[in-house]
Design a protein around this ligand. Structure first.
Ligand code: DQA
Length: 149
């Protein structure tokens, strides 16, 4: 049987990982993160579609494309977490298991980061664990997909 496809979607400014506020986000790059997800996917028997965009509309379009195609979504919506009702609506609309990931612990940071619209559409939220958060999210999605198959 084909491996379940999991979309790993990354929002704005995550293309600058490694350069951007390294004291918060670390020195590893988006390519390094993609490699971590690819390795986790291999170990878990998942096919990974890893993407990053700076555009809210593009992120929403990618979520729509997951309907009927992907078995689940791991998403770091970055700044759109805190602002985008439209992204939350899209994630509700596709009716797939969603795990929200943040590299930093958003609850330790500025008050405006403490609320995420996306969390309302997520089965679970992982924050503050850096790249490991993505590995753990993929493990959680693998278990959910297996249980609900
Ligand atoms: C982030 C946290 C967000 O508040 C921020 O806007 C980001 C990255 C994280 O991964 O820690 O861009 O999602």
């Amino acid at each position: 049987m084909a491996e379940p496809l999991i979309a790993v979607l990354n929002g704005p400014n995550l293309n600058l990982l490694g350069l951007r506020e390294p004291e918060i986000y670390g020195i590893q790059t988006l390519d390094d993160l993609e490699a971590v997800c690819a390795e986790a996917g291999e170990q878990l028997g998942l096919a990974i579609d890893f993407r990053q965009t700076n555009g809210e509309g593009e992120l929403i379009t990618w979520v729509h494309e997951c309907r009927g195609r992907a078995a689940g979504i791991v998403i770091n919506p970055a700044g759109y977490s805190h602002t985008s009702v439209a992204l939350m609506d899209a994630l509700h609309a596709v009716e797939l298991p969603v795990i929200e990931v943040h590299l930093s612990n958003i609850h330790q940071r500025e008050a405006f980061r403490h609320h995420s619209y996306v969390s309302r559409a997520a089965r679970g939220v992982i924050c503050g664990l850096g790249f490991s958060g993505y590995r753990l999210a993929l493990q959680a999605i693998a278990e959910i997909v297996e249980q609900e198959a």
